[in-house]
Design a protein around this ligand. Structure first.
Ligand SMILES: *[C@@H]1O[C@H](CO)[C@@H](O)[C@H](O)[C@H]1NC(C)=O
Ligand SMILES: *[C@@H]1O[C@H](CO)[C@@H](O)[C@H](O)[C@H]1NC(C)=O
Ligand SMILES: *[C@@H]1O[C@H](CO)[C@@H](O)[C@H](O)[C@H]1NC(C)=O
Length: 430
Protein backbone atom coordinates (compact mmCIF):
# COMPACT_ATOMS: atom_id res chain seq x y z
CA UNK A 1 0.00 0.00 0.00
CA UNK A 2 2.25 2.72 -1.33
CA UNK A 3 -0.03 5.70 -1.18
CA UNK A 4 -2.66 5.66 1.49
CA UNK A 5 -1.99 8.60 3.74
CA UNK A 6 -4.58 9.14 6.41
CA UNK A 7 -4.82 12.77 7.38
CA UNK A 8 -5.61 12.32 11.02
CA UNK A 9 -3.80 13.78 13.90
CA UNK A 10 -3.10 10.58 15.81
CA UNK A 11 -2.85 11.90 19.34
CA UNK A 12 -6.30 13.40 19.22
CA UNK A 13 -7.75 10.34 17.51
CA UNK A 14 -6.62 8.00 20.26
CA UNK A 15 -7.90 10.30 22.99
CA UNK A 16 -11.29 10.51 21.31
CA UNK A 17 -11.61 6.80 20.59
CA UNK A 18 -10.80 6.28 24.26
CA UNK A 19 -13.70 8.55 25.17
CA UNK A 20 -16.15 6.70 22.94
CA UNK A 21 -15.05 3.17 23.61
CA UNK A 22 -14.45 3.71 27.31
CA UNK A 23 -17.35 4.23 29.70
CA UNK A 24 -18.30 7.88 29.78
CA UNK A 25 -19.72 9.05 33.09
CA UNK A 26 -22.99 10.94 33.38
CA UNK A 27 -21.20 14.12 34.36
CA UNK A 28 -19.08 14.21 31.20
CA UNK A 29 -22.26 13.67 29.16
CA UNK A 30 -23.84 16.64 30.90
CA UNK A 31 -20.81 18.72 30.17
CA UNK A 32 -20.90 17.77 26.52
CA UNK A 33 -24.53 18.75 26.15
CA UNK A 34 -24.13 22.09 27.83
CA UNK A 35 -21.19 22.83 25.62
CA UNK A 36 -23.25 22.04 22.57
CA UNK A 37 -26.01 24.44 23.63
CA UNK A 38 -23.61 27.35 23.96
CA UNK A 39 -22.21 26.48 20.57
CA UNK A 40 -25.67 26.58 19.04
CA UNK A 41 -26.53 30.06 20.21
CA UNK A 42 -23.15 31.37 19.03
CA UNK A 43 -23.76 29.65 15.74
CA UNK A 44 -27.13 31.33 15.23
CA UNK A 45 -25.69 34.76 15.85
CA UNK A 46 -22.79 34.26 13.50
CA UNK A 47 -25.03 33.00 10.69
CA UNK A 48 -27.21 36.09 11.04
CA UNK A 49 -24.16 38.29 10.84
CA UNK A 50 -22.68 36.38 7.93
CA UNK A 51 -25.81 36.08 5.83
CA UNK A 52 -25.34 39.68 4.84
CA UNK A 53 -21.89 38.94 3.46
CA UNK A 54 -22.71 35.75 1.54
CA UNK A 55 -19.56 35.16 -0.43
CA UNK A 56 -17.76 31.98 -1.42
CA UNK A 57 -14.23 31.11 -2.41
CA UNK A 58 -13.54 28.42 -5.02
CA UNK A 59 -10.11 26.80 -5.48
CA UNK A 60 -9.21 24.53 -8.39
CA UNK A 61 -7.64 21.23 -7.32
CA UNK A 62 -4.94 19.13 -8.96
CA UNK A 63 -4.08 15.50 -8.41
CA UNK A 64 -5.88 12.16 -8.38
CA UNK A 65 -6.24 9.00 -6.31
CA UNK A 66 -3.94 6.92 -8.49
CA UNK A 67 -1.10 7.23 -9.35
CA UNK A 68 -0.58 10.62 -7.64
CA UNK A 69 -2.32 9.74 -4.37
CA UNK A 70 -3.60 13.15 -3.27
CA UNK A 71 -5.29 16.36 -4.35
CA UNK A 72 -3.48 19.69 -3.95
CA UNK A 73 -4.54 23.31 -3.86
CA UNK A 74 -2.42 26.39 -4.58
CA UNK A 75 -2.57 29.10 -1.90
CA UNK A 76 -0.88 32.49 -1.99
CA UNK A 77 0.54 33.30 1.43
CA UNK A 78 2.92 35.91 2.88
CA UNK A 79 4.05 39.47 2.30
CA UNK A 80 4.89 39.61 -0.54
CA UNK A 81 2.71 36.59 -1.26
CA UNK A 82 4.11 33.44 -2.82
CA UNK A 83 2.33 30.35 -4.09
CA UNK A 84 2.43 27.05 -2.18
CA UNK A 85 1.03 23.61 -3.03
CA UNK A 86 -0.92 22.18 -0.09
CA UNK A 87 -2.46 18.75 0.45
CA UNK A 88 -6.14 19.26 1.41
CA UNK A 89 -7.04 17.51 4.66
CA UNK A 90 -10.50 17.45 6.24
CA UNK A 91 -9.06 15.06 8.85
CA UNK A 92 -6.89 17.65 10.64
CA UNK A 93 -7.12 21.29 11.70
CA UNK A 94 -3.77 23.02 11.46
CA UNK A 95 -2.45 24.46 8.19
CA UNK A 96 1.34 24.48 8.05
CA UNK A 97 4.09 25.17 5.55
CA UNK A 98 7.62 23.83 5.43
CA UNK A 99 9.45 26.78 6.88
CA UNK A 100 12.82 28.46 6.88
CA UNK A 101 12.98 29.31 10.59
CA UNK A 102 15.66 28.01 9.79
CA UNK A 103 14.61 24.49 8.87
CA UNK A 104 16.01 21.69 11.00
CA UNK A 105 14.49 18.92 8.89
CA UNK A 106 12.39 19.64 5.82
CA UNK A 107 11.26 17.18 3.16
CA UNK A 108 11.41 17.75 -0.59
CA UNK A 109 9.13 20.67 -1.50
CA UNK A 110 8.02 22.05 -4.88
CA UNK A 111 8.69 25.69 -3.84
CA UNK A 112 11.35 27.50 -1.80
CA UNK A 113 10.66 27.22 1.95
CA UNK A 114 8.22 29.70 3.48
CA UNK A 115 9.88 32.63 5.26
CA UNK A 116 7.74 33.54 8.29
CA UNK A 117 6.79 37.06 9.24
CA UNK A 118 7.73 38.19 12.74
CA UNK A 119 4.10 37.96 13.76
CA UNK A 120 4.11 35.17 16.35
CA UNK A 121 0.93 33.70 17.83
CA UNK A 122 1.24 34.02 21.63
CA UNK A 123 0.97 30.99 23.89
CA UNK A 124 -2.26 32.14 25.55
CA UNK A 125 -4.10 32.45 22.22
CA UNK A 126 -7.07 30.03 22.10
CA UNK A 127 -5.82 28.76 18.72
CA UNK A 128 -2.57 27.72 20.41
CA UNK A 129 -4.43 26.06 23.28
CA UNK A 130 -6.63 24.13 20.82
CA UNK A 131 -3.57 22.42 19.33
CA UNK A 132 -2.11 21.10 22.58
CA UNK A 133 -2.94 17.66 23.96
CA UNK A 134 -5.75 18.00 26.57
CA UNK A 135 -4.49 19.20 29.95
CA UNK A 136 -0.98 19.88 28.68
CA UNK A 137 -1.00 23.55 27.80
CA UNK A 138 1.99 24.95 29.62
CA UNK A 139 3.53 28.13 28.28
CA UNK A 140 7.29 27.86 28.73
CA UNK A 141 7.72 30.92 26.53
CA UNK A 142 4.55 33.08 26.73
CA UNK A 143 5.55 34.94 23.56
CA UNK A 144 5.34 31.91 21.26
CA UNK A 145 3.25 28.86 20.52
CA UNK A 146 5.02 25.60 19.73
CA UNK A 147 2.99 22.92 18.01
CA UNK A 148 3.45 19.33 16.93
CA UNK A 149 1.02 17.42 14.73
CA UNK A 150 1.27 13.73 14.00
CA UNK A 151 -0.64 11.95 11.25
CA UNK A 152 -1.94 8.41 11.17
CA UNK A 153 0.64 7.40 8.53
CA UNK A 154 3.45 8.23 10.99
CA UNK A 155 4.34 11.60 9.45
CA UNK A 156 4.63 14.71 11.59
CA UNK A 157 5.36 18.42 11.62
CA UNK A 158 6.85 20.40 14.48
CA UNK A 159 7.14 24.16 14.54
CA UNK A 160 5.85 27.47 15.76
CA UNK A 161 2.57 29.27 15.03
CA UNK A 162 2.75 32.55 13.13
CA UNK A 163 0.21 34.86 11.52
CA UNK A 164 0.43 35.87 7.92
CA UNK A 165 -1.65 37.22 5.05
CA UNK A 166 -3.59 34.83 2.80
CA UNK A 167 -4.78 36.15 -0.58
CA UNK A 168 -8.24 34.87 -1.43
CA UNK A 169 -10.60 35.74 -4.30
CA UNK A 170 -14.34 35.52 -3.66
CA UNK A 171 -16.86 34.44 -6.28
CA UNK A 172 -18.57 37.84 -5.94
CA UNK A 173 -15.38 39.54 -7.15
CA UNK A 174 -14.31 40.71 -3.71
CA UNK A 175 -10.67 40.11 -2.74
CA UNK A 176 -9.80 39.17 0.81
CA UNK A 177 -6.42 39.40 2.50
CA UNK A 178 -7.02 38.21 6.07
CA UNK A 179 -4.31 37.62 8.64
CA UNK A 180 -4.57 33.95 9.63
CA UNK A 181 -2.62 31.68 11.96
CA UNK A 182 -0.55 28.93 10.37
CA UNK A 183 2.26 26.62 11.37
CA UNK A 184 5.85 27.39 10.42
CA UNK A 185 7.05 23.79 10.30
CA UNK A 186 10.80 23.50 10.74
CA UNK A 187 11.01 19.81 11.62
CA UNK A 188 9.07 17.39 9.41
CA UNK A 189 9.14 13.65 9.53
CA UNK A 190 7.85 11.92 6.38
CA UNK A 191 5.20 9.25 6.95
CA UNK A 192 4.68 5.96 5.12
CA UNK A 193 2.77 7.75 2.40
CA UNK A 194 4.86 10.82 1.93
CA UNK A 195 4.27 13.29 -0.94
CA UNK A 196 6.44 16.18 -2.14
CA UNK A 197 4.35 19.14 -0.94
CA UNK A 198 4.89 22.57 0.61
CA UNK A 199 2.44 21.90 3.43
CA UNK A 200 -1.01 20.79 4.51
CA UNK A 201 -4.26 22.73 4.37
CA UNK A 202 -6.18 21.81 7.54
CA UNK A 203 -9.94 21.88 6.96
CA UNK A 204 -11.16 20.20 10.17
CA UNK A 205 -13.74 21.33 12.72
CA UNK A 206 -11.24 22.83 15.21
CA UNK A 207 -10.82 26.60 15.70
CA UNK A 208 -7.33 26.60 14.15
CA UNK A 209 -8.55 25.44 10.73
CA UNK A 210 -8.57 28.04 7.94
CA UNK A 211 -12.36 27.90 7.39
CA UNK A 212 -12.97 28.32 11.17
CA UNK A 213 -10.64 31.32 11.27
CA UNK A 214 -12.28 32.93 8.22
CA UNK A 215 -15.68 32.42 9.79
CA UNK A 216 -14.65 33.83 13.18
CA UNK A 217 -13.44 36.95 11.36
CA UNK A 218 -16.91 37.21 9.80
CA UNK A 219 -15.58 36.78 6.26
CA UNK A 220 -17.05 33.51 4.99
CA UNK A 221 -19.57 31.07 6.47
CA UNK A 222 -18.02 28.00 8.07
CA UNK A 223 -19.11 25.68 5.28
CA UNK A 224 -16.60 23.83 3.12
CA UNK A 225 -16.89 21.27 0.39
CA UNK A 226 -14.98 19.45 -2.27
CA UNK A 227 -15.64 17.85 -5.60
CA UNK A 228 -12.83 15.41 -6.53
CA UNK A 229 -12.97 14.40 -10.17
CA UNK A 230 -12.39 10.78 -11.14
CA UNK A 231 -10.50 12.13 -14.14
CA UNK A 232 -8.18 14.13 -11.85
CA UNK A 233 -8.53 17.65 -10.51
CA UNK A 234 -11.76 19.13 -9.24
CA UNK A 235 -12.41 21.95 -6.80
CA UNK A 236 -12.57 22.93 -3.15
CA UNK A 237 -14.82 25.68 -1.85
CA UNK A 238 -15.53 27.72 1.28
CA UNK A 239 -18.97 29.29 1.75
CA UNK A 240 -22.52 28.37 1.00
CA UNK A 241 -23.69 29.99 -2.18
CA UNK A 242 -22.36 27.58 -4.78
CA UNK A 243 -24.57 24.52 -4.29
CA UNK A 244 -28.27 23.82 -4.11
CA UNK A 245 -28.86 22.51 -0.59
CA UNK A 246 -32.17 20.85 -1.52
CA UNK A 247 -30.38 18.36 -3.78
CA UNK A 248 -27.89 17.24 -1.15
CA UNK A 249 -28.44 14.20 1.14
CA UNK A 250 -27.74 15.59 4.62
CA UNK A 251 -26.92 13.80 7.83
CA UNK A 252 -26.03 15.32 11.25
CA UNK A 253 -22.39 15.41 12.33
CA UNK A 254 -21.73 12.95 15.13
CA UNK A 255 -21.58 14.42 18.64
CA UNK A 256 -19.46 11.54 19.89
CA UNK A 257 -16.62 12.17 17.47
CA UNK A 258 -16.73 15.94 17.76
CA UNK A 259 -13.22 16.49 16.43
CA UNK A 260 -13.80 14.85 13.05
CA UNK A 261 -16.31 15.03 10.23
CA UNK A 262 -18.36 11.98 11.08
CA UNK A 263 -21.94 11.17 10.11
CA UNK A 264 -21.99 8.71 13.01
CA UNK A 265 -22.71 4.99 12.93
CA UNK A 266 -23.64 2.96 9.85
CA UNK A 267 -24.61 -0.48 8.68
CA UNK A 268 -22.81 -2.17 5.78
CA UNK A 269 -25.22 -2.92 2.93
CA UNK A 270 -23.98 -5.16 0.09
CA UNK A 271 -25.80 -5.17 -3.25
CA UNK A 272 -28.89 -3.70 -1.59
CA UNK A 273 -28.97 -6.34 1.15
CA UNK A 274 -28.31 -6.00 4.83
CA UNK A 275 -25.07 -7.73 5.97
CA UNK A 276 -25.69 -7.59 9.72
CA UNK A 277 -22.44 -5.65 10.11
CA UNK A 278 -23.57 -2.63 12.14
CA UNK A 279 -22.26 0.12 14.41
CA UNK A 280 -19.57 1.20 11.97
CA UNK A 281 -18.33 4.63 13.04
CA UNK A 282 -17.18 6.48 9.92
CA UNK A 283 -15.39 9.74 9.16
CA UNK A 284 -14.76 11.64 5.93
CA UNK A 285 -11.09 12.38 5.35
CA UNK A 286 -9.86 14.08 2.17
CA UNK A 287 -6.30 13.57 3.46
CA UNK A 288 -6.63 9.83 2.90
CA UNK A 289 -6.35 8.58 -0.68
CA UNK A 290 -7.99 5.20 0.03
CA UNK A 291 -10.87 4.07 2.24
CA UNK A 292 -10.28 2.06 5.41
CA UNK A 293 -12.78 -0.29 7.03
CA UNK A 294 -12.27 -1.89 10.42
CA UNK A 295 -11.33 -5.56 10.27
CA UNK A 296 -14.91 -6.72 10.91
CA UNK A 297 -16.34 -4.72 7.98
CA UNK A 298 -13.27 -5.36 5.81
CA UNK A 299 -13.61 -9.11 6.21
CA UNK A 300 -17.35 -8.95 5.52
CA UNK A 301 -16.79 -6.92 2.38
CA UNK A 302 -14.03 -9.25 1.09
CA UNK A 303 -16.27 -12.24 1.67
CA UNK A 304 -19.13 -10.70 -0.33
CA UNK A 305 -16.93 -9.41 -3.16
CA UNK A 306 -15.16 -12.75 -3.56
CA UNK A 307 -18.42 -14.68 -3.50
CA UNK A 308 -19.69 -12.55 -6.40
CA UNK A 309 -16.46 -13.13 -8.33
CA UNK A 310 -16.53 -16.91 -8.17
CA UNK A 311 -16.96 -18.35 -11.65
CA UNK A 312 -16.11 -14.99 -13.26
CA UNK A 313 -13.07 -14.60 -15.57
CA UNK A 314 -11.02 -12.72 -12.96
CA UNK A 315 -8.19 -14.11 -10.85
CA UNK A 316 -6.36 -12.72 -7.84
CA UNK A 317 -2.85 -11.60 -8.68
CA UNK A 318 0.02 -9.96 -6.81
CA UNK A 319 0.60 -6.28 -7.71
CA UNK A 320 2.87 -3.73 -6.02
CA UNK A 321 0.09 -1.16 -5.91
CA UNK A 322 -2.38 -2.50 -3.32
CA UNK A 323 -2.76 -5.72 -1.29
CA UNK A 324 -5.64 -7.21 -3.31
CA UNK A 325 -5.75 -7.10 -7.12
CA UNK A 326 -7.46 -9.08 -9.86
CA UNK A 327 -6.30 -9.70 -13.41
CA UNK A 328 -8.32 -10.58 -16.48
CA UNK A 329 -7.48 -12.29 -19.77
CA UNK A 330 -6.06 -8.99 -21.05
CA UNK A 331 -4.90 -5.97 -19.03
CA UNK A 332 -7.82 -3.71 -18.11
CA UNK A 333 -7.84 -0.19 -19.51
CA UNK A 334 -10.48 1.34 -17.28
CA UNK A 335 -12.98 0.47 -14.57
CA UNK A 336 -15.61 0.16 -17.29
CA UNK A 337 -13.91 -3.12 -18.29
CA UNK A 338 -14.55 -4.69 -14.87
CA UNK A 339 -17.61 -2.85 -13.62
CA UNK A 340 -19.98 -5.69 -14.47
CA UNK A 341 -18.21 -8.09 -12.09
CA UNK A 342 -18.38 -5.85 -9.03
CA UNK A 343 -21.44 -4.89 -7.04
CA UNK A 344 -22.26 -1.62 -5.33
CA UNK A 345 -22.19 -1.55 -1.54
CA UNK A 346 -23.19 1.19 0.89
CA UNK A 347 -22.89 2.55 4.38
CA UNK A 348 -26.35 3.34 5.68
CA UNK A 349 -26.33 6.06 8.35
CA UNK A 350 -29.12 6.74 10.80
CA UNK A 351 -29.63 10.46 10.20
CA UNK A 352 -31.73 11.50 13.17
CA UNK A 353 -34.97 9.72 14.05
CA UNK A 354 -35.66 6.81 11.72
CA UNK A 355 -34.52 8.21 8.40
CA UNK A 356 -31.49 6.58 6.89
CA UNK A 357 -29.01 8.17 4.52
CA UNK A 358 -26.95 5.94 2.29
CA UNK A 359 -23.43 6.61 1.09
CA UNK A 360 -22.97 4.32 -1.91
CA UNK A 361 -19.74 2.79 -3.16
CA UNK A 362 -20.01 1.96 -6.86
CA UNK A 363 -17.00 0.09 -8.35
CA UNK A 364 -15.51 3.50 -9.32
CA UNK A 365 -15.55 4.40 -5.62
CA UNK A 366 -13.49 1.41 -4.52
CA UNK A 367 -11.37 0.13 -7.44
CA UNK A 368 -8.38 1.50 -9.32
CA UNK A 369 -6.73 0.12 -12.45
CA UNK A 370 -3.03 -0.30 -11.69
CA UNK A 371 -0.25 0.51 -14.17
CA UNK A 372 -0.08 -3.25 -14.90
CA UNK A 373 -3.74 -3.27 -15.93
CA UNK A 374 -5.06 -5.09 -12.87
CA UNK A 375 -8.15 -4.06 -10.94
CA UNK A 376 -7.14 -3.35 -7.33
CA UNK A 377 -9.26 -2.89 -4.23
CA UNK A 378 -8.87 0.64 -2.84
CA UNK A 379 -10.42 -0.37 0.47
CA UNK A 380 -7.91 -1.29 3.14
CA UNK A 381 -7.93 -2.93 6.56
CA UNK A 382 -7.92 0.02 8.98
CA UNK A 383 -7.32 -2.16 12.03
CA UNK A 384 -4.03 -3.22 10.45
CA UNK A 385 -2.75 0.38 10.17
CA UNK A 386 -3.75 1.34 13.71
CA UNK A 387 -7.12 3.00 13.13
CA UNK A 388 -8.64 0.58 15.64
CA UNK A 389 -12.40 0.43 15.12
CA UNK A 390 -12.73 3.54 12.98
CA UNK A 391 -13.78 3.57 9.31
CA UNK A 392 -12.26 6.27 7.12
CA UNK A 393 -13.91 7.33 3.86
CA UNK A 394 -11.04 8.52 1.67
CA UNK A 395 -10.67 10.29 -1.69
CA UNK A 396 -11.31 7.17 -3.78
CA UNK A 397 -14.87 6.93 -2.46
CA UNK A 398 -15.63 10.66 -2.63
CA UNK A 399 -14.85 11.05 -6.35
CA UNK A 400 -17.41 12.59 -8.69
CA UNK A 401 -19.59 13.90 -5.93
CA UNK A 402 -19.89 17.08 -4.00
CA UNK A 403 -19.19 16.47 -0.30
CA UNK A 404 -20.22 19.39 1.91
CA UNK A 405 -19.25 19.91 5.56
CA UNK A 406 -21.61 22.53 6.99
CA UNK A 407 -20.16 23.56 10.36
CA UNK A 408 -22.83 26.25 10.85
CA UNK A 409 -25.63 23.67 10.83
CA UNK A 410 -23.42 20.76 11.96
CA UNK A 411 -24.40 18.54 9.03
CA UNK A 412 -22.51 16.64 6.34
CA UNK A 413 -23.97 16.13 2.88
CA UNK A 414 -23.22 14.51 -0.45
CA UNK A 415 -24.63 14.46 -3.97
CA UNK A 416 -23.41 13.07 -7.31
CA UNK A 417 -21.84 15.89 -9.33
CA UNK A 418 -19.70 16.75 -12.31
CA UNK A 419 -16.42 17.89 -10.76
CA UNK A 420 -14.73 18.74 -14.05
CA UNK A 421 -15.86 22.34 -14.25
CA UNK A 422 -15.55 25.04 -11.64
CA UNK A 423 -18.80 26.43 -10.26
CA UNK A 424 -19.45 30.16 -10.58
CA UNK A 425 -22.74 30.14 -8.73
CA UNK A 426 -25.32 27.51 -7.86
CA UNK A 427 -27.26 28.34 -10.97
CA UNK A 428 -24.42 27.54 -13.32
CA UNK A 429 -23.30 24.49 -11.34
CA UNK A 430 -26.54 22.52 -11.32
C1 LIG B 1 -0.21 20.91 -7.41
O1 LIG B 1 -1.01 21.66 -8.30
C2 LIG B 1 -0.30 22.40 -9.27
C3 LIG B 1 -1.26 23.25 -10.04
O2 LIG B 1 -1.79 24.24 -9.24
C4 LIG B 1 0.45 21.48 -10.18
O3 LIG B 1 1.13 22.21 -11.17
C5 LIG B 1 1.44 20.71 -9.33
O4 LIG B 1 2.09 19.74 -10.11
C6 LIG B 1 0.79 20.05 -8.14
N1 LIG B 1 1.87 19.79 -7.23
C7 LIG B 1 2.13 18.62 -6.76
C8 LIG B 1 3.30 18.53 -5.86
O5 LIG B 1 1.44 17.66 -7.03
C1 LIG C 1 -7.27 36.88 -7.69
O1 LIG C 1 -7.70 37.67 -8.77
C2 LIG C 1 -6.68 38.51 -9.30
C3 LIG C 1 -7.32 39.47 -10.30
O2 LIG C 1 -8.25 38.81 -11.12
C4 LIG C 1 -5.58 37.64 -9.90
O3 LIG C 1 -4.57 38.44 -10.44
C5 LIG C 1 -5.03 36.76 -8.80
O4 LIG C 1 -4.09 35.87 -9.34
C6 LIG C 1 -6.12 35.97 -8.10
N1 LIG C 1 -5.55 35.39 -6.91
C7 LIG C 1 -5.81 34.17 -6.55
C8 LIG C 1 -5.23 33.73 -5.25
O5 LIG C 1 -6.48 33.39 -7.20
C1 LIG D 1 -7.17 -6.93 9.48
O1 LIG D 1 -6.19 -6.54 10.41
C2 LIG D 1 -6.24 -7.19 11.67
C3 LIG D 1 -5.20 -6.53 12.56
O2 LIG D 1 -3.94 -6.59 11.98
C4 LIG D 1 -6.02 -8.69 11.46
O3 LIG D 1 -6.12 -9.34 12.69
C5 LIG D 1 -7.07 -9.21 10.47
O4 LIG D 1 -6.80 -10.57 10.18
C6 LIG D 1 -7.03 -8.43 9.19
N1 LIG D 1 -8.10 -8.90 8.33
C7 LIG D 1 -7.90 -9.29 7.07
C8 LIG D 1 -9.06 -9.85 6.34
O5 LIG D 1 -6.82 -9.18 6.51
Amino acid sequence: MGKGKVGFSVMALLVILGLILGSSSASSDDRRQRWRKTMLSGEMMSSMMLNRIGSSIVFPLHGNVYPIGYYNVTLNIGQPSRPYFLDIDTGSDLTWLQCDAPCRQCTEAPHPLYRPSNNLVICKDPICASLQPPGEHNCQDPEQCDYEVEYADGGSSLGVLVKDVFLLNCTNGKRLNPLLALGCGYDQFPGRDHHPIDGILGLGRGISSIPSQLSSQGLVQNVIGHCLSGRGGGFLFFGEDIYDSSRVAWTPMSRELSKYYSPGFAELIFNGKSTGIINLLAVFDSGSSYTYLNSRAYEGLLFSLKRELSGKPLGETPDQTLPLCWKGKKPFKSIRDVKKYFKTFALSFISGGRTKTKFEFSPEAYLIISSKGNACLGILNGTEVGLRDLNVIGDISMQDRLVVYNNEKQVIGWVAANCDRLPKSKISFF
